[in-house]
Every structure is written in structure tokens, then in C-alpha cells.
Design a protein around this ligand. Structure first.
Ligand SMILES: O=P(O)(O)OC[C@H]1O[C@H](OP(=O)(O)OP(=O)(O)O)[C@H](O)[C@@H]1O
Ligand SMILES: Nc1nc2[nH]cnc2c(=O)[nH]1
Length: 182
């Protein structure tokens, strides 16, 4: 246990901070304004993508001051690793999606596999689906469509903070950081 905590401490202290907490909170304000303008009269169902979406979604909710419902979906393909693998569906939403406007909220759009699969699932279940991500990682080959609402853009680095993990730690880091060398 000692070793992993030392590793986490060293990754945190050597990381590059790409966005401060103040900058992330400003981006969340802007994201919420855009979502409100588009969806405030649509009685949307928000789907929080666990686990990483929990912080962006939790930060957005009090900024979205209109009628909405909340459920969650759990799909994972990194599982504590820094490279993605096969998608694993761990939990589908309980609230029916048929004829609903759905807003899928996640921490990061990277290669795009996760969000593309979730959007396909939502549309297949009869929803009009939109997506919101705190971070869009700029890279050449992406799966699926761009997100409808994007908070911040970054280069192609491995990120943590505001929901994003390094080996399941550091999701709670108050800013967006890039791991040194990754
Ligand atoms: O665009 P992609 O390359 O598909 O990657 C993006 C996904 O990766 C992360 O999830 P992860 O599988 O790490 O699960 P987590 O939310 O529990 O961290 C993140 O939360 C996104 O859902
Ligand atoms: N924590 C984390 N999860 C991801 N999933 C896809 N890309 C990333 C990333 O840069 N950081």
C-alpha cells in the first residue's frame, strides 16, 4: 500500500497543471449556460457516466436551474489503466429513455469509443440524445461525433483531476493535470 501512495504523491507533484480550479469552474459556468439555453424547456434526463462523470455532473447540476431528472450509466474501458481496452457495460439507466431528451455527461472525450457507444445505446432506446463533456482531448482519430457541449480542450496527454483518475486515484484533484511523460 505504501508504494502506491508514494507513486500517487509523486505523479501528483510532478504533473503539469493544465487548468486551475478557477478556470475549470469558469468553464463549468459557461457549459451550464449553453446547456440551459438549449435544454431548459425540454424536461431532460441527465445521464451521469460513472465513475469519471460524477464530478462534472455533480458540479453542473446546481448550475442547471430548471426541471430535469437524473440517472446514471456505467460503462468502462480503461479500468484504472492509462490505455483503453474493451468496453464493459456495468449498469444501464433505470429511468426509461423512450421519447426523452437525454443529456449524457462525462468527464472526458478521448478516442471517442465510450461516448459513441453510449449515444448509440440512448438513441437505440428511443431518446433524442445530447452529450456534454468537461474535457475534449484533441487528437487525430476519434470515434463517433463530437460532443454537443464541451467545457475545455486539451492536447493528447493522460489527464487526471475533476473526475479523471490516475490508477483510480486523484479523481478529486482540484484542477486538470497531465501526468509527466504521458
Ligand atoms: O473516449 P474514450 O477513449 O473512450 O475514453 C473516455 C472514457 O474513458 C474514461 O472512462 P474509464 O473507462 O476510464 O472509466 P472511469 O470513468 O471509471 O474512469 C472517461 O470517463 C470516459 O468515459
Ligand atoms: N483519467 C483519464 N481517463 C481517460 N480516459 C480516456 N482518456 C483519459 C485520460 O486522459 N485520463
Amino acid at each position: 500500500m505504501g508504494n502506491i501512495l508514494e507513486e500517487i504523491q509523486s505523479v501528483y507533484s510532478e504533473a503539469d497543471r493544465l487548468y486551475t480550479q478557477t478556470q475549470v469552474e469558469a468553464a463549468l459556468d459557461q457549459l451550464a449556460e449553453e446547456i440551459t439555453a438549449k435544454l431548459s424547456t425540454q424536461n431532460p434526463l441527465l445521464l451521469c457516466c460513472m465513475v469519471g462523470g460524477i464530478i462534472p455532473c455533480g458540479c453542473l447540476l446546481p448550475r442547471l436551474d430548471f426541471p430535469l431528472q437524473l440517472d446514471y450509466i456505467h460503462v468502462t474501458r480503461y479500468q484504472g489503466n492509462t490505455a483503453g481496452g474493451t468496453l464493459r457495460w456495468l449498469r444501464k439507466p433505470i429511468i426509461p429513455l423512450q421519447d426523452r431528451v437525454v443529456l449524457v455527461v462525462d468527464d472526458i472525450l478521448d478516442e471517442g469509443h465510450t461516448l459513441a457507444a453510449i449515444m448509440e445505446y440512448c438513441r437505440g432506446a428511443g431518446a433524442t440524445a445530447y452529450s456534454a463533456v468537461l474535457v475534449d482531448k484533441v487528437r487525430d482519430h476519434k470515434q463517433g461525433s463530437p460532443a454537443d457541449f464541451v467545457g475545455l480542450k486539451t492536447g493528447n496527454r493522460y489527464l487526471f483531476g475533476y473526475g479523471m483518475d490516475y490508477k483510480e486515484y486523484l479523481r478529486n484533484a482540484p484542477g486538470i493535470y497531465a501526468v509527466k511523460g504521458l
